[in-house]
Design a protein around this ligand. Structure first.
Ligand code: CDP
Length: 222
């Protein structure tokens, strides 16, 4: 189905399978793939490296303004250094959830994310928490991805390279979800025009098939 143009927004809670799905859909359609969580994670790493507090807006904004965050093929770099491994640690996950609640940080990163897609001709598969609501409210296809919390914990524990107890992984996911849902700035919620896909009992091929069906449907109505 190469040749399809537009934005496919994939939002949902932590470890619901967004990255796996977004990569596969992008591959099938020949589209670019943007992991906006990688931007928040790299921003948090920049703040941590600068020795600032991730809850302090003014200091964090000053650091992130100067930070060069780039992404290509789903790999994130900070000031020219590939930080893909470092940003997936528990420490950076917790810090990302804090900086993501700061409106000043969101303003900077949302603008950079829009520009990233613009630079690729305006078409991409974009995953995050506020893609269908704030970053691309006019996205052609909007998906809200969920999965049972036990399954999300199992998946995240399996992909982590650090030695972390599954219990700790589950608590961290729940803590971040709660913060993402309850924050004032761009909270996570399902948009009325987003189609919910529950991946608890779906394998990646099946979930990808569901999204491709939506893309087909969207083309038919053009
Ligand atoms: O991979 P996982 O689902 O655990 O998280 P992520 O997508 O890498 O995002 C890391 C953190 O960034 C989340 O806990 C959110 O607080 C924040 N985030 C956000 O607020 N808005 C986005 N568009 C993407 C991520």
């Amino acid at each position: 189905m190469e040749g399809w143009r537009g934005v496919i927004a994939i939002d949902g809670p932590a470890a619901s399978g967004k990255s796996t799905l977004a990569r596969r859909v992008a591959g099938e359609l020949g589209l670019a793939y943007l992991d906006t969580g990688g931007f928040y994670r790299a921003a948090a790493l920049a703040v941590l490296r600068a020795g600032e507090d991730c809850d302090h807006e003014e200091e964090s904004v000053a650091v992130v303004c100067r930070a060069a965050i780039a992404q290509s093929d789903g790999r994130t770099s900070l000031d020219g250094e590939d930080v893909e491994k470092e940003i997936r640690t528990q420490r950076v996950s917790e810090a990302a959830s804090k900086v993501a609640a700061l409106p000043g940080i969101r303003r900077i990163l949302v603008e950079r994310q829009r520009r990233w897609v613009e630079d690729r001709g305006g078409s991409a598969v974009v995953e995050g928490r506020d893609i269908g609501s704030v970053v691309f409210p006019d996205a052609e296809v909007k998906v809200y991805l969920t999965a049972a919390s036990d399954e999300r914990t199992r998946r995240r524990a399996a992909e982590m390279t650090e030695d972390t107890e599954p219990e700790e992984v589950g608590e961290s996911l729940a803590r971040r979800d709660q913060k993402d849902i309850s924050r004032a700035a761009s909270p996570l919620h399902r948009m009325p025009d987003a189609i919910e896909i529950n991946t608890t009992a779906l394998n990646p091929e099946e979930a990808t098939g569901e999204v491709l069906k939506m893309v087909h449907g969207c083309r038919a109505t053009e």
